[in-house]
Ligand binder design. Structure first.
Ligand code: ZN
Length: 351
């Protein structure tokens, strides 16, 4: 795969970013659990702040930098997700630091993934009990439903979040300290970044450089994670062994988003490191309904929402059995399942 970004020149030769991990000296970043996360570290610790500060250094890059900022915002969401399933570092303390660091770029404390995603969404997979069900108010998949799903999902995630925080507060002081640290880091760092903008560029332009550098990408990070959760499950069959999720299988797309498109394999082995998802997907790809292996997210969005607005034939159709149609029949209650007290001790950085 050709990626047009070259960032190192050992011996005068350019090295594509995609090959960087294999060309670094052995033992580089030995605190990582997986060597493939050298690229994650490059994105998180170099590109995230570099793109964030670019408008501070040269305000004229606004708004041209927006596509890059949104891309890195999306990656901040992906990294928060990955880190909560499979912690990036060997040490508990470094994992806690990374969680707080990511919280700044994700725009929300990353612990939130544990109660609403790991302990809830992965358990119920868009069936009743899942706080993030795609079919709560509408069973149709239109751009209006998909783009506003953020507000529905965020509202209904508040219940398990509050419950998790309350249980941590009463029974797990170490976890509660981590939650408080993530909140304090997020709020403290974002306000400091805004203040740096004011000090260097004045009130108006200072607010603008902060907004384009850090605030909009962070807001997009949370919105895009909820959006992708929607399109990865809407009109899928949660009762089926392999048709419970929609995949986006393009190689370049998955390189860019750290294999976040391979959602079936992720659900079937949630703790599997992102770098191992392509091999896991290859084993089950032929068992997945072809409609649920979409080439790219952009193609899907164009077809389902742009062409779909013109004609029904481009919209998604329910594959197999709908989540609100249990095989045994019976009433479907839309209550979100509780987070158990025991589970409230589960946290990536506590590993
Ligand atoms: Zn997950």
């Amino acid at each position: 795969m050709r990626i047009g970004v070259c960032i190192a020149r050992p011996g005068g030769k350019e090295v594509p970013v995609s090959r960087l991990a294999t060309t670094l000296p052995s033992g580089f970043l030995p605190m990582l659990r997986h060597t493939s996360d050298r690229r994650t570290a490059l994105w998180a610790f170099v590109f995230f702040p570099a793109i964030g500060f670019a408008p501070y250094v040269e305000p004229r890059v606004i708004p041209w930098i927006l596509p890059l900022s949104l891309y890195f915002g999306f990656c901040a969401g992906v990294f928060s997700h990955n880190h909560n399933h499979s912690p990036m570092f060997k040490s508990r303390r470094t994992n806690a630091f990374y969680s707080a660091w990511l919280s700044v770029f994700y725009g929300y404390p990353t612990f939130a993934w544990i109660p609403t995603h790991n302990l809830n969404h992965h358990k119920f997979v868009n069936k009743a009990g899942d706080a993030t069900i795609t079919w709560r108010y509408s069973k149709r998949n239109t751009w209006l439903v998909a783009s506003t799903y953020y507000f529905v999902s965020a509202y209904w995630q508040a219940g398990p979040l509050k419950e998790y925080i309350a249980k941590a507060k009463s029974g797990n002081p170490a976890l509660y300290r981590q939650i408080a640290t993530q909140w304090a880091t997020l709020v403290g760092v974002q306000f400091s970044l805004l203040a740096i903008g004011w000090l260097t560029h004045g009130w108006g332009r200072g607010t603008l450089v902060w907004a384009f550098g850090f605030a909009i990408p962070a807001l997009f990070a949370a919105w895009s994670m909820i959006f992708i959760n929607y399109i990865q499950h809407v009109h899928c069959d949660p009762w089926s062994e392999h048709n419970h999720s929609r995949n986006f299988v393009s190689g370049l797309g998955n390189w860019l988003v750290f294999n976040n498109g391979l959602h079936t394999a992720h659900h079937e082995s949630a703790g599997l490191h992102w770098s191992k998802l392509p091999a896991a997907h290859a084993k089950i790809a032929h068992l997945i309904d072809p409609a649920l292996n979409q080439p790219s997210i952009f193609g899907f969005v164009m077809r389902a929402y742009v062409l779909g607005a013109l004609s029904d034939k481009f919209r998604t159709k329910q594959v197999g059995r709908a989540p609100y149609d249990p095989p045994g029949g019976g009433e479907v209650k839309l209550e979100t399942a509780g987070v158990s007290a025991v589970e409230a001790g589960v946290n990536a950085s506590m590993a």
